[in-house]
Design a protein around this ligand. Sequence first.
Ligand code: HEC
Length: 70
Amino acid sequence: MSSSCAPTKEIADKSGAQLWAENCQRCHNTPSPATFSPEQWETVGMHMQTRSLITDQERKKIVAFLKGTR
Ligand code: HEC
C-alpha cells in the first residue's frame, strides 16, 4: 500500500545513531549512551523531544539507540 501519509523516506532511513548525532549536539555535548539507564533514557527522550522539536518516530529511534549501546 502506498500512502502519501507514510513517513518520509529520509527519516525512515536514518538510524538512531545518526538522528542522535544530528539532533542532540546542537545545544550541549551529548552524554554517551552509558550515562543513563534505559528507564532514564525514556524520560530524557521525552524532555529533549520538546527541546529539539523531533518527531515521535525520531525520538523512539534515538532512545532505542541510547538504550541499546552500553
Ligand atoms: C534546543 C536545545 C537542546 C536540544 C536540541 C537537546 N537538548 Fe538536551 N538539554 C538541553 C538543556 C538546556 C539541558 C539542561 C536543562 C535540562 O535538563 O532540561 C539539557 C540536558 C540534557 C541531558 C541531561 C539531563 C540530566 O538529567 O542531567 C541529557 C541526557 C540530554 N539533554 C540529552 C539530549 C538528547 C538525547 C537530545 C536529542 C534528542 C537532546 N538532549 C537535545 C537542551 C537541548
